[in-house]
Design a protein around this ligand. Structure first.
Ligand code: ADE
Length: 234
């Protein structure tokens, strides 16, 4: 899969996505991520990318043309129209299931806004989907783009060692994940739950499922109710 990110701060996004699991996946070619400087696509001799809003108001608005030209360059490179996402607090809230769906696409382009926003005309022309990473406002779309890219990339084949790595996690099944323990067996007088030392796979799986239900009920009653309604479990 290839993900392109159009931003005024390409190093900011690229540096985050050069580390750890995503960074390694990029190096071995399991996923391709390209960060584009929108300023490189302006026709203005001062490399200007924003202007004051028509109708008045605070701040600056990103102009349509540099973003559109950046989009066209990406289309030309990949020989197709990428699924184009605009990161904005006005978008639909990002979820694990949306991340899973996006991970099955071949090409995604993420547009990062800044200042007071982006000229609506270019958004109407090129954007397929608007995504928010939560009900709060950040200074720009760069961190949200990195969040979406990380969540999507880790579900692309060849990024994690196996799908089981994410299938067991919080949110994948609709429940929060059970607690994990590692050596030593006793730490500060606290023992690891005995069932985990038995090697009995069925009992361990049952215990973990019970814990998942318990934790989800306590921390996310909304998710718990939905899960119970869907599965008919107790
Ligand atoms: N840009 C600023 N805040 C944002 C948010 N919460 N989600 C996505 N993009 C944003």
């Amino acid at each position: 899969m290839r993900i392109d990110i159009a931003t005024l701060f390409p190093e900011m996004v690229d540096n985050i996505l050069a580390e750890s699991i995503v960074g390694r996946a990029r190096k071995k070619g399991a996923i391709e991520i390209n960060c584009h400087q929108i300023r490189d696509y302006t026709l203005d001799k001062h490399r200007r990318v924003d202007d004051i809003p028509y109708g008045g108001g605070m701040g600056m608005v990103m102009q349509a043309e540099p973003i559109y030209r950046c989009y066209q360059a990406v289309c030309e490179q990949i020989g197709a129209k990428p699924h184009t996402i605009y990161m904005t607090p006005k978008g639909s809230v990002f979820t694990q299931s949306r991340a899973a769906e996006l991970s099955r696409m071949d090409n995604i382009l993420i547009i990062c806004g800044h200042y007071e926003g982006v000229d609506q005309r270019v958004l109407d022309r090129i954007v397929d989907e608007e995504i928010s990473i939560g009900d709060y406002v950040l200074t720009g779309g760069e961190l949200p783009a990195a969040v979406v890219t990380d969540a999507v990339a880790r579900m692309c084949s060849g990024v994690l060692s196996s799908p089981e790595c994410y299938e067991e996690e919080s949110h994948f099944s609709g429940l929060l994940e059970y607690p994990q323990y590692t050596r030593p067996e006793i730490w500060e007088g606290e023992a690891v739950p005995p069932v985990l030392l038995t090697g009995h796979h069925r009992n361990i799986a049952d215990w973990r499922h019970e814990k998942s239900l318990e934790i989800t009920k306590e921390k996310r009653p909304d998710m718990y109710e939905k899960y119970i309604a869907q599965t008919g479990e107790k």
